[in-house]
Design a protein around this ligand. Structure first.
Ligand code: SF4
Ligand code: SF4
Length: 357
């Protein structure tokens, strides 16, 4: 359940980085601990919460959610970063807290923290709020400009390591927890999660307001990462209908938004890839041959893997994640994006990278 954050009532003292130093390198290692930051004077320190006035780990600004090319799309304005509501800021706490039983370890909050204070254990995220030599507590109430200043100091700084190293055990664990946590989420959860994961992967996205019957598509996609696109999000067996539904989306975008079909990037987001012999892949192949439309596929686990590696998806050709009956595996596509082999012997959880035969 979401706990609404009310900034005006929070009254906590900030932490700041001393004026005479700035970060020059960030090392995440293999995860399981806060990032180690090297500063310009040679000191090292763990990333630590600066207690932002407008916490980026909790909320997007409305500007971050805008997609100007789809300004008439009935977008859901839900600006929660955490799709499960696991992160909140209780008034008695000096910093946000994460409810480990609701956290799916997606890394969304980690990717947005300006001071690298959030880190991933093998199954949930944690926030480091301990002051140190380089993150000093001050008897001042936080202001947005302090968050912005810290963010500017960290922008462009070299980062090494990963939020969390992938392994078959980690992803099997993720899947089991995810299935349980997802049972208690609202009907908008799949779209909310997919939208936020795509944004973190560098693809602008907006999700349809539930109850709006004018337009059926789950997400529209826009810059950066893709010029324009549409997405269907399905976590269950309904994924088999997603290729047909996404053709409907394209027809609507061509008819109502006057977009060219050749410029629209279609992306199906699922929890698992369907069976390789299913109609899903055959239909995608037929559409490619007959209509020259390349329907891309991506799984939730793959999007999370990319976030853990701070990777970005760039749909330059519009078919970067296209797979069909002949190549029903995301592994080579993701390895191209990551620039390295993926260390999963059994493919993580079922249907995460490879579809079942
Ligand atoms: S965890 Fe990070 S983003 Fe969240 S309030 Fe602390 S410093 Fe800001
Ligand atoms: S890692 Fe994901 S699920 Fe966990 S608190 Fe952060 S945003 Fe929420």
């Amino acid at each position: 359940m979401y706990q609404t954050f009310k900034p005006k009532k929070v009254n906590h003292f900030i932490k700041t980085i001393p004026d005479n130093i700035f970060p020059i390198q960030i090392d995440w290692g293999q995860g399981n601990k806060p990032a180690t930051i090297t500063f310009s004077d040679g000191r090292f320190a763990f990333g630590s919460c600066i207690r932002c006035a407008n916490p980026r780990c909790i909320e997007y600004t409305q500007d971050e959610l805008k997609l100007p090319i789809f300004k008439d799309f009935p977008a859901d304005q839900n600006n929660n970063v955490c799709p499960t509501g696991a992160i909140s800021w209780p008034h008695e706490s000096s910093s946000p807290v994460i409810n480990s039983t609701e956290c799916i370890n997606c890394g969304l909050c980690v990717s947005r923290c300006p001071s690298k204070a959030i880190y991933l254990l093998s199954d949930h995220a944690c926030i480091n709020d301990t002051a140190n030599d380089c993150f000093i507590e001050k008897l001042e109430v936080s202001e947005p400009k302090i968050t912005e200043y810290t963010l500017s100091l960290f922008t462009g700084v070299v980062e090494n390591g990963v939020y969390l190293a992938e392994s078959d055990v980690v992803f099997a664990n993720f899947y089991n927890r995810f299935v349980e946590i997802a049972k208690n989420q609202s009907a908008q959860f799949p779209n909310h999660l997919a939208r936020n994961l795509l944004i973190a992967n560098g693809v602008g996205a907006a999700m349809r307001r539930r109850g709006d019957t004018n337009i059926r598509m789950d997400l529209v996609l826009g810059p950066p990462g893709v010029k324009q696109g549409t997405s269907e999000v399905e976590f269950g067996n309904e994924v088999l209908d997603a290729p047909r539904n996404i053709l409907d989306n394209i027809a609507v975008l061509v008819a109502r938004y006057e977009l060219s079909k050749d410029m629209i990037v279609p992306v199906i987001v699922s929890l698992s890839l369907p069976n390789s012999r299913s109609e899903y892949f055959r239909f995608i192949q037929d559409v490619s041959k007959v209509l020259n439309i390349k329907i891309n596929s991506i799984t939730i686990g793959s999007l999370i893997l990319l976030i853990w590696n701070r990777a970005k998806i760039n749909f330059e050709n519009g078919e970067e994640l296209y797979i069909d009956e002949t190549t029903s595996s995301l592994r080579p596509k993701l390895e191209t994006i990551l620039g390295r082999p993926i260390n999963l012997v059994n493919g993580g959880y079922p249907g995460f990278l490879d579809s079942a035969k």
